[in-house]
Design a protein. Structure first.
Length: 365
């Protein structure tokens, strides 16, 4: 689809496709490339899911539900930014694939500014919070927007340190979902002076499954991610991993080996993360950053007409298992054109027989 500002009708269809059951970012990206417009993709969905082996017909979201989401966003004063529109954040647009939509409450222009993410422990030490707050202030003074997740601890401290220079909060729930509740005043200031963003519907309450998507956007909006205090199984380490997969710099603040909140950051340094003792370490690393390159899908979305699609789909399904596998490895194993394998995978995912995962992985269900 040609990039540009969408009409109200096109925006509704775009959001309706994005909210359709089993249509995640990978399937959305493929369907839009293959069919050209969200309207044509929506028309094709029932047949595609049937071909994939779906027992119960795929139901599309009612238009009324999409209209209600748009009205809820308008009531909050939020903006819906679709992936093809000119003000969609360029660093998010470079992801493979990018999120289809983003709700923004506040100063949406901050999303395209140079930015650094600061994340870390919810139950953070006083010293860790002080460090995060000062780091955010220093990076803001140097011209960077600070991105975080508005969680307790390090996230909240990072936002507080950058309120006067520019900060973006990425939420798991909708932009109107204030969590934790004690951050109600911080949320109000972020909406007025910074920006609050989310992939979710504006009034959606956050669920556990929403936070990996939130972490992906935190990493995707940023040129680098700084982790301040994190245990070995911390969600902050997921954000760091996603940033590394996206080709972004990962920084970690070292800490005492006696503090469990330092084990994750110390391990990141052990694995090659850049040691961060202050803003100068971040600024020095980013000084020579290469210009962001546009994403290249690398294949024609339309499968060849001479392929036996039914037989290929079942070959692909037989190679899948609950253990995730790289899509590239799967394509090599099938020994068929990329476009045909991706078409088969999308049909299987629409049928609930496959799932696209972060890092270019796919698994059978």
């Amino acid at each position: 689809m040609t990039p540009g500002r969408l009409s109200d009708i096109q925006r509704l269809a775009w959001l309706r496709l994005a909210r359709t059951e089993t249509v995640g970012p990978v399937a959305f990206d493929h369907l839009l490339a293959r069919y050209g417009t969200p309207e044509r993709a929506l028309s094709a969905l029932p047949d595609l899911s049937r071909r994939g082996g779906r027992a119960v017909p795929l139901s599309l979201p009612p238009r009324e539900a999409i209209e209600q989401e748009l009205e809820a966003g308008e009531k909050l004063g939020a903006r819906l930014i679709c992936g093809c529109e000119p003000d969609f954040p360029p660093r998010l647009a470079a992801l493979d694939p990018p999120p289809p939509v983003l709700w923004a409450l506040g100063r949406a222009e901050l999303l395209s500014e140079p930015s650094i993410a600061i994340v870390g422990a919810r139950i953070a030490s006083a010293a860790g919070q002080r460090f995060a707050r000062q780091l955010a202030t220093d990076l803001g003074t140097a011209g960077y927007v600070v991105v975080s997740g508005m969680a307790r601890g390090i996230d909240g401290a990072a936002h507080e340190g950058a309120l006067t220079t520019g900060t973006v909060a990425v939420l798991g729930g909708g932009v109107g979902d204030i969590y934790p509740p004690e951050h109600d005043k911080l949320h109000a200031r972020l909406a007025a002076e910074g920006c609050v963003v989310s992939e979710s519907a504006p009034d959606r309450r956050a669920q556990a499954k929403d936070f990996p998507r939130r972490n992906r956007i935190i990493a995707g909006l940023s040129q680098g991610v700084v982790v301040v205090e994190a245990e070995l199984k911390s969600g902050s380490l997921i954000t760091a991993r996603l940033a590394a997969e996206q080709g972004r710099d990962v920084f970690a603040v070292p800490g005492s080996p006696l503090d469990p909140r330092s084990k994750g950051t110390n391990d990141l340094i052990r694995q090659g993360a850049i040691l961060c003792e202050g803003a100068e370490d971040v600024l020095r690393s980013l000084a020579g950053e290469a210009r962001l390159r546009e994403r290249d899908r690398g294949y024609d979305a339309e499968p060849p007409a001479d392929i036996d699609a039914d037989a290929l789909r079942e070959r692909v399904a037989a190679l899948l298992s609950p253990t995730p596998v790289s899509r590239n490895d799967l394509i090599r194993a099938v020994a068929a054109p990329t476009s045909a394998v991706m078409a088969a995978l999308v049909e299987l995912s629409l049928a609930g027989r496959a799932e696209f995962l972060d890092g270019g992985l796919v698994a059978g269900l």
